[in-house]
Structures are given as structure tokens and as C-alpha cells.
Design a binder for this molecule. Sequence first.
Ligand SMILES: NC(=O)c1ccc[n+]([C@@H]2O[C@H](COP(=O)([O-])OP(=O)(O)OC[C@H]3O[C@@H](n4cnc5c(N)ncnc54)[C@H](OP(=O)(O)O)[C@@H]3O)[C@@H](O)[C@H]2O)c1
Length: 307
Amino acid sequence: MSAGGTLVVGSGFVGTGIARRLAAGGETVTVTSRRRPGHPPDTAGVRWQALDATDAVACERLVARLRPRRVVLVHGPSDVTWCEDHPDRAAAAHTAAAANLASAAGDARVLMISTDNVFDGSRPANAEHTPVAPANAYGRAKLRAEESLLDTATDPVVLRVSLVYGHEPADAGKWLNFFAACAHRLLRGQPVTAPYDQWTTPVLVDDVAEVTAGILGAEGPVPRVLHLGGPDRVSRAAWASVVAEALGAPPQLVVPTPRAGTRYASRPANTCLTSSLLGRLPSTEAIAVRGVHEAARSLATAFAAAG
Ligand SMILES: NC(=O)c1ccc[n+]([C@@H]2O[C@H](COP(=O)([O-])OP(=O)(O)OC[C@H]3O[C@@H](n4cnc5c(N)ncnc54)[C@H](OP(=O)(O)O)[C@@H]3O)[C@@H](O)[C@H]2O)c1
């Protein structure tokens, strides 16, 4: 049934990055969300379409009309704190969207961006073979959605991604990623309070998009579950210090604090991912995922220039 193009379900921070990368490679991309995004992808080859992915009929109709050859699931709810407060709604939304798109997609490859929160955080790092044990409602919702996709789709891929970051403009209002929130506060001379006891393997949104494009374009079968983390394992406080250094901000603006009592309290202590499989996939093995120092230097220029 597949004719062409990629359907990206979710037009937020990660979905927009993936849509831009695919369009830059010549793909026709349709990004979807319930509401028109405030910063729509301004790239030729990307168009926006309204869709509530929890509506099975709407998913069937859209897929029947577009006949995409690939589908990327990168929709919300993505706010860990909101999911903790609304666990049933979070699980219902993620599971319904995965099931709806998996059954509508026919033989199209369906790639879901999942999360390191499917692990309990007790290990320093988690590979594809590490047993899952979600520590919070967000992780439980994403794990159920993973299971639904893997059970239902003809050609499913779950790509679990560590904390994603990249540039967001100063006027975005609410910054969706930790790096951007740090950078904008530091550039204004404001302090950044960050846990010294919550560890992540941050990955640049451009690198997530590059790896996603590689997996979508892979010939033949792909491992059903893959991990993507950056090469550096850092605490949020240490990472904020890297951002401060790259921006030339005073280091004392970064205030290390314990995770308990902060908005990160419901996150696992270690949201770190490694992969034993991604480097063996011919279409992704040559992708150099950037570390936090290299990325901070290049992003600092963008933040200082564009705000
Ligand atoms: N950001 C990260 O660090 C990270 C790391 C690992 C995994 N992920 C995963 O990647 C996904 C997206 O993350 P993000 O940071 O890009 O989130 P985001 O910026 O909050 O974007 C979420 C997008 O999903 C849309 N959406 C929500 N409910 C929908 C529905 N029922 N139907 C269609 N679209 C819907 C939202 O628009 P509307 O509300 O207007 O519909 C929005 O466009 C999440 O599933 C998250 O688990 C993110």
C-alpha cells in the first residue's frame, strides 16, 4: 500500500527536527499535531496537517490519503511531570496513538521515538538488552506504547533516545529542552539550579534526526529496539557548567542541587543509554553523534547570534 513520503506524528521539538532533516534529504514530509505549532517547520518539503493520533478513524483516513512509506511517532504527552499527575491519560494517549498508526500503516516502516525512562535508573547506563522497569508514569506509558507498536505494526522500530537538546529561540516562551533553558537564563545573567545527582547521555536533536533518517532508510530488516544516547554521561549540573563555559557566562551562575525536591524528582537517577546495535547498522554506523563540549561550542554561536 505504501506510495511515498513520510508522516511525522508530532510537530514539537523532536518532530520538527526530524521533519527538517528528512525534507533536506529530498523527502516529502507531512507533520501532524492537534494544533498548528507556534513555530511551524519553515522548510520546503514539509507541510502541516491537523491530526489527533488517538482518533483511530482520523489516523486511518489520513494514512489512506497520504499512503506514506514511513511513519515516525514523535507525539506527546512528553512532559514527565504532567504524566506523573495524569498517569491514565498519559498511558491511554500513547497507547492509542501507537496502536492506531501501527494498524493504519500497513507495510510502511513505523519508527517510534521512545525514552530512557523505561528503565528504573539504577544502572549507570542501559543497553538494548537491559531489562525494562519504568520508574515513573511517563516511562510506563511509553513502554506500553512500545509494546503496542511491536505487537501490531508490520515493520516496527522503537528508537529509545536519551535527553534531546538543541537551539530554541529566545521568544519560544517555554523552552522544551534543558540546554536552551540553561542558555537563555545564563545569557540574561540569571542563575541555573541543576541536580548534581541526575545523570544523562544528552543527544543533539540534529543527531537524533540524522540517526532517524538512517534507520528509516535502512534496507531490509532493522533491530526492533535500538538505543541512541550521546557519548558523554553527565549530571545536569555538570552539563549546565559546560553550557556556561561555552557561552562565557560566570560559572557561579550554575547552582548544583540535589534532585529530590526539584522538578526532576520523578526522573530516574540515571537516564543514560548505550547501544550495542546502532553501530552495526550500515546506514547509521558512520554517524558521529556529538558530545556535549563539541555541541555546546557550536550551539553557543547560534544562541549568542540569534538569541
Ligand atoms: N525531548 C526529549 O528529550 C525526548 C527524549 C526521548 C524521547 N522523546 C519522545 O519524543 C516525543 C516528542 O517529544 P518532544 O520533546 O518533541 O515533545 P513536544 O515538543 O512536547 O511535542 C509533542 C508534539 O506531539 C503533539 N501531540 C500531542 N498529543 C497528540 C495527539 N494526540 N495527536 C497528535 N499529536 C499530538 C503536540 O502537539 P499538540 O499538543 O498540538 O497535539 C506536539 O506537536 C515524546 O513522545 C517523547 O516521549 C523526547
